[in-house]
Design a protein around this ligand. Structure first.
Ligand SMILES: Cc1cc2nc3c(=O)[nH]c(=O)nc-3n(C[C@H](O)[C@H](O)[C@H](O)COP(=O)(O)OP(=O)(O)OC[C@H]3O[C@@H](n4cnc5c(N)ncnc54)[C@H](O)[C@@H]3O)c2cc1C
Length: 387
């Protein structure tokens, strides 16, 4: 891989951190559906919460490759923690860093980078998922405050978060969307019910409810009705970094099941001596390394900014599509290699598979990734048609 010595050092320190701080509690987080809030403080001390944020605002000043490295290392040990970390560091922090003004960055970024504040991002609504622009939560200006009404759902870190970057309708056109910075103690704001899930159970997911919620004028990010490009601008790095979590999960599932195949004997031979088991081990490895290579290539395209935006978008969507499907497949193979043991909670591979499945849905489903890729390809051949 094309890592710099800084990337290698980062990989080393995050791997050590994950093994020391996350490994032991991963199964319990899954069982109890909780994430210890002090983990954010620990990740803040490690210096990864503002991985792409300039050092002047308390961040590490690194790039998309670095962020993808962190996701893979956390994802290989505790995917729930990795998902909550992604919502904080990419969906909220990176977005604010790119789109916010200096006063907003000075006010929030240092606390978000230290872990004093836990962040999240609110786009999805009960009636608007894949069709994000179909959102109906709305904001109206009264004197110098914005009054917000509506509900966001499926928000990672919703139940435990302190700060949310939220997309809200501010006009009548589908694209009249603005971004607001919400603190949990704003009048009229509440975190709704926590949602119980199949996988990523340690990462808290919930609703954000706005009932005449009062947001000060200075917490509007950028201009009114101008946030569709904020959303689009952040999507590439979100997709590549979430693909990093898939790669981490797949690595863990592959390594666990390959080792198991050397230890478990049937018919007086290790499982790994059977060619049908070897096929699964080989496929798992080949799929993982291919996905990982694509993912870091897409991350490097983001960092180099040499290609046109739509070409990077197509690569980022491809990386996410490939990685998400790959990790579920590798997780299923790992269960199969362990047989009945793989199906029980005594072994971690069933958790890997449940966690992996989320990434085929969150941050845009497989189908939405395919729509993006196909439309970009078709546009290259015929730009006159609205694909
Ligand atoms: C654990 C978890 C964490 C999440 N975290 C966040 C978060 O932090 N912030 C946030 O804003 N959102 C978050 N989400 C929401 C997530 O982004 C949405 O679930 C996702 O975008 C899909 O929306 P939906 O669930 O409403 O499905 P729908 O849009 O209703 O889709 C249902 C099915 O129909 C398919 N479909 C929809 N439209 C089309 C089409 N045009 N062509 C073909 N097929 C189509 C979809 O691919 C899917 O298979 C999270 C979701 C989960 C489960």
């Amino acid at each position: 891989m094309f890592f710099t010595s800084e990337h290698e050092m980062l990989q080393d320190s995050v791997r050590q951190f994950a093994n020391k701080e996350l490994a032991k509690g991963a199964a319990l987080r899954d069982e109890k559906e909780t994430l210890e809030p002090d983990l954010f403080k620990k990740m803040g001390e490690l210096g990864i919460l503002g991985i792409t944020v300039p050092t002047e605002f308390g961040g590490a000043g690194m790039d998309a490759v670095a962020a993808t490295i962190v996701m893979e290392e956390l994802g290989a040990v505790c995917a729930s923690t990795a998902l909550s970390y992604l919502a904080h560091s990419m969906l909220a922090v990176h977005n604010l860093c790119v789109n916010g003004n200096d006063a907003q960055k000075k006010k929030y970024l240092p606390k978000l980078c230290s872990g004093e504040l836990i962040g999240g991002m609110g786009m999805t609504e009960p009636g608007a998922g894949s069709d994000a622009l179909g959102m109906t939560s709305k904001a109206e200006k009264k004197d110098n405050v914005w009054i917000l009404n509506g509900t966001k759902t499926y928000i990672t870190n919703g139940p435990q978060g302190d700060f949310f970057l939220c997309y809200i309708k501010t006009g009548t056109d589908k694209k009249d969307i603005s971004t607001f910075l919400i603190e949990k103690n704003f009048k009229g704001f509440s975190a709704g019910k926590k949602i119980s899930k199949m996988g990523m159970r340690g990462s808290p997911t919930g609703e954000l409810i706005f009932e005449n919620c009062e947001v000060p004028e200075e917490n509007l990010v950028g201009k009114v009705n101008d946030s569709v490009h904020h959303m689009v601008r952040n999507l590439n790095i979100e997709r590549v970094t979430i693909a990093g979590i898939s790669n981490g999960i797949a690595r863990a599932a592959h390594e666990y099941s390959a080792k198991y195949a050397t230890e478990r004997k049937q018919f007086d031979k290790p499982l790994g001596s059977f060619q049908m088991i070897q096929k699964m081990i080989a496929d798992n490895y080949a799929q993982y390394v291919s996905s990982r290579a694509l993912c870091f290539l897409a991350a490097r395209m983001i960092d180099e900014k040499k290609e046109k935006e739509f070409k990077i978008g197509k690569m980022a969507a491809s990386a996410k599509l490939v990685a998400a499907q790959m990790a579920t497949e590798v997780g299923l193979n790992a269960i199969q290699i362990l047989g009945g043991y793989g199906y029980t909670k005594e072994y971690p591979v069933e958790r890997y598979m449940r966690d992996a499945k989320l990434i085929e849905i969150g941050a845009g489903t497989n189908e939405v990734m395919r729509m993006i890729i196909a439309k970009d390809i078709l546009r290259e051949f015929d730009s006159s048609y609205e694909w």
